[in-house]
Design a protein around this ligand. Structure first.
Ligand SMILES: [Fe+2]
Length: 283
């Protein structure tokens, strides 16, 4: 099936037209979307008007829906159990959703867990006039561009990912691991569907290379972070209300640009825990 896909930047991103996500999609359309996702890493559907159930159903068509991993005591509202509301809307001075304000450093979602979620979708319910953009950095490109000496030095190494829920900028070098979620992952990971290698460390969550000289490890991580910030590897998404985006956490890192506190931003997040590998769709 031919899908109408427009490239959004040289780094990554593809806008898919002609699909209404309120409808349940036939297997061929799902397979075409799935293939476009692997090709473009981030897929965008504009002018959608979907409910939380529509969003969950679409993610289910690609695999297993992710469980919302935020600790129960930090959940302010009850939505569909898979939904995380990301918003700065406040009631009685308290945000009604998660990660309400401001800039967020490059990261990958849920990498503090043993089984990070393969993909993340966001549906834009309300968007800001200024800022609050999402940056996507292509980690295949970062991997392929890194100096050979860096790749050789870190080959086969693992790094610890740790997260204190709610943080958007890493404020300390090490979080208290007796309290926070943390897990080791390979520095370079091969994507199970594309077979390509990608960088899997990020400035918000990665704390150290395991069994490695600390200063050298930190220096190598900083070298990688500088590559992740290079404009040629980045697609900057400027949100419109009704945008639906799905990205691949295994090969892109994402970040949020700052925005004024008095402008409302509301995104509905549902993750894809584990994708069904697309061989299933080939006839
Ligand atoms: Fe995120």
């Amino acid at each position: 099936m031919d899908l109408d896909v427009r490239r959004l930047s040289p780094a990554c991103g593809g806008e898919i037209s002609g699909v209404d996500l309120r409808q349940s999609l036939d297997a061929q359309t799902v397979a075409a979307i799935h293939a476009a996702w692997h090709e473009h890493l981030v897929i965008l559907f504009r002018d959608q008007d979907i409910s939380d159930l529509d969003q969950v159903r679409f993610i289910q068509s690609l695999g297993t829906v992710g469980e919302y991993m935020r600790p129960k005591q930090l959940r302010e509202r009850e939505y569909h159990p898979a939904v995380m509301m990301i918003t700065n809307i406040r009631e009685n001075g308290e945000p009604i959703g998660a990660i309400p304000d401001g800039e967020m450093m490059f990261h990958t979602d849920t990498s503090y867990d043993a089984s990070p979620h393969d993909g993340t979708s966001l549906f834009a319910l309300e968007v800001t006039e200024d800022g609050g953009h999402t940056l996507f950095s292509n980690q295949y490109m970062v991997h392929d561009s890194l100096p050979e000496a860096v790749k050789t030095r870190l080959a086969g190494r693992e790094a610890v990912h740790a997260f204190e829920f709610g943080t958007t900028v890493k404020a300390k070098r090490r979080y208290d691991r007796s309290k926070g979620a943390h897990h080791p992952h390979p520095v370079f990971k091969r994507h199970p569907a594309t077979g390509r290698e990608a960088v899997f460390v990020c400035p918000l969550l990665t704390e150290e290379i395991i069994d490695f000289p600390e200063d050298e490890g930190e220096e190598l991580l900083q070298t990688i972070y500088a590559y992740q910030e290079r404009p040629e590897f980045i697609y900057e998404h400027i949100w419109r209300k009704g945008d639906f985006l799905l990205w691949d956490n295994r090969c892109v890192m994402h970040a949020r640009t700052d925005f004024p506190r008095d402008q409302i931003r509301q995104m509905r997040r549902v993750t894809l825990h584990q994708e069904d590998l697309p061989g299933r769709y080939q006839s």
